[in-house]
Design a protein around this ligand. Structure first.
Ligand code: FNR
Length: 194
């Protein structure tokens, strides 16, 4: 059975290195039989999480849509920058809202439970955003996701892509290809759709 895979960049910036990395991963995934979707958090604007907002107004429609998009996947590739060694607020906020969604169209959902999650990052710095992925790993585990041990971090990302947005370094490309292969294999074998 082919796998459903979602690619989600954690940056809103138009020239984002992580969006470029997510685009590269999407191209690699598209070479397989997987059904691949790439989401942009800019298309799902959300207020900052506030329990009063949730109580008074319910969960925002965009959070429900996001949770639904995630719930129908076998695998998720998060491609995120590291901010102060941790998760960018925009991504954490989206995850927090999506984790509050318990029902979609009247049916119970746990968007992240059993989801196979791969982690990737890019940074102009020398650690490639790897420390932020550790924070993301904790959050995904807390939500019951099956987080792959393998991850991919692209250091010196300002010089890491050519003018077409393609990875210019063979080692980085091989690392991403290997992560994508692992995500595909594991998502097929642990598919949540039976
Ligand atoms: C950063 N950046 C950064 N980089 C890094 O390697 N480690 C870090 O801890 C941080 N911290 C950090 C905090 C904040 C608030 C900002 C705005 C930036 C730099 C970051 O990696 C760089 O801006 C990337 O280009 C952001 O990713 P995108 O938007 O290019 O995908």
């Amino acid at each position: 059975m082919s796998a459903n895979i979602l690619v989600l960049p954690g940056s809103l910036r138009l020239a984002s290195h992580n969006r470029k990395l997510a685009a590269e991963a999407t191209r690699m995934l598209a070479l397989s039989d997987a059904v691949v979707t790439r989401l942009d958090l800019a298309d799902y604007p959300l207020p900052l999480y506030d329990g009063d907002h949730e109580q008074d107004n319910g969960i925002p429609e965009n959070a429900v849509l996001l949770a639904h998009r995630i719930a129908v996947q076998d695998g998720l590739l998060l491609v995120s920058p590291e901010y102060n060694h941790s998760i960018p607020a925009v991504l954490k906020n989206a995850i927090d809202w999506a984790s509050r969604v318990r029902k979609v169209q009247g049916r119970p959902v746990q968007p992240f439970k059993g989801l196979v999650v791969g982690l990737a990052s890019a940074s102009p710095g020398r650690f490639g955003g790897a420390r932020g992925l550790e924070a993301l790993r904790l959050v995904m585990r807390a939500l019951g996701a099956e987080v792959l041990t393998q991850q991919c971090s692209v250091a010196d990302a300002a010089n890491g892509f050519d003018e077409n947005g393609r990875l210019s370094d063979d080692i980085a490309r091989t690392s991403l290809e290997s992560l994508v292969d692992k995500l595909l294999d594991t998502s097929r074998s642990l598919s949540r759709r039976g």
